[in-house]
Structures are given as C-alpha cells and as structure tokens.
Write a new protein. Structure first.
Length: 123
C-alpha cells in the first residue's frame, strides 16, 4: 500500500440494542450518524447486529487494517455528531490510539470499554 493511501476505516454501530417493542436506540444512532455524514468521509458506516454490550446503551466499534480497534458503549443518539468527529480523528490517526484529550468532550471518559490489537500485530 502506498504511503498516501489511508487504510479503510469501518465504523460499526450496533442496531439491535434496546427493547424489542420500542424504537431501537442503536438504530436511531446509526441513522442519525448516516444523516450527518458527507460524501467524502474517511470511513464506512456499517450496521451490525449485537456487539455483546446489551444493557450498556448504544455501542459501536471502530476498526481499520493495521490499527488498534476500539469498542465504545454507553452512547446515546444525541452523541451522533461527536461520534462522527471521533471516527474522522480515528481514521486520520496513524495507530488509531486517540488519547482522551483528542476525543470530543462527551467521549473522553467512561465510553471506551475495550481495545483490540490490529490483526497484523505480533505478540
């Protein structure tokens, strides 16, 4: 891969969280993020079924080849714009490891619940 080519970043938003008889907050969050996106976003938005964070509010995962992946929970649909800002910053960052000070204020504490090494990372 050439140095000027950015690896494909994926923003996965769980659309199954919530009670089956009520509007799904994860689906609402996904749809709000989609409605705020521009045509030239540096990531692809993907709806996924169950990120195994049931009971922790909306959840998302952000991943890219060669970068750490992150799992965020305790999200709400009103954070859609901040999630876009986070996904853009993640896509632009060499390793994806954004310090809290580089995240939107609403995503600085108590939302990152895990990170996953890049598949290419050796032990």
């Amino acid at each position: 891969m050439a140095n000027d080519v950015t690896p494909q970043t994926n923003l996965h938003i769980c659309i199954t969280c919530g009670h089956p008889d009520e509007p799904r907050p994860g689906l609402t969050l996904h749809d709000l993020v989609a409605s705020l996106m521009t045509e030239d976003e540096p990531f692809t938005l993907r709806a996924v079924k169950c990120l195994a964070r049931c009971g922790e509010g909306c959840s998302l995962a952000v991943t890219a080849p060669g970068k750490w992946g992150y799992l965020l929970s305790r999200l709400t649909p009103d954070l859609a714009a901040d999630i876009l800002t986070y996904a853009r910053a993640y896509a632009a960052h060499e390793t994806g490891a954004l310090l809290p000070s580089r995240r939107p204020e609403s995503l600085r504490h108590n939302v990152v619940v895990g990170r996953i090494p890049a598949m290419e990372t050796a032990p």
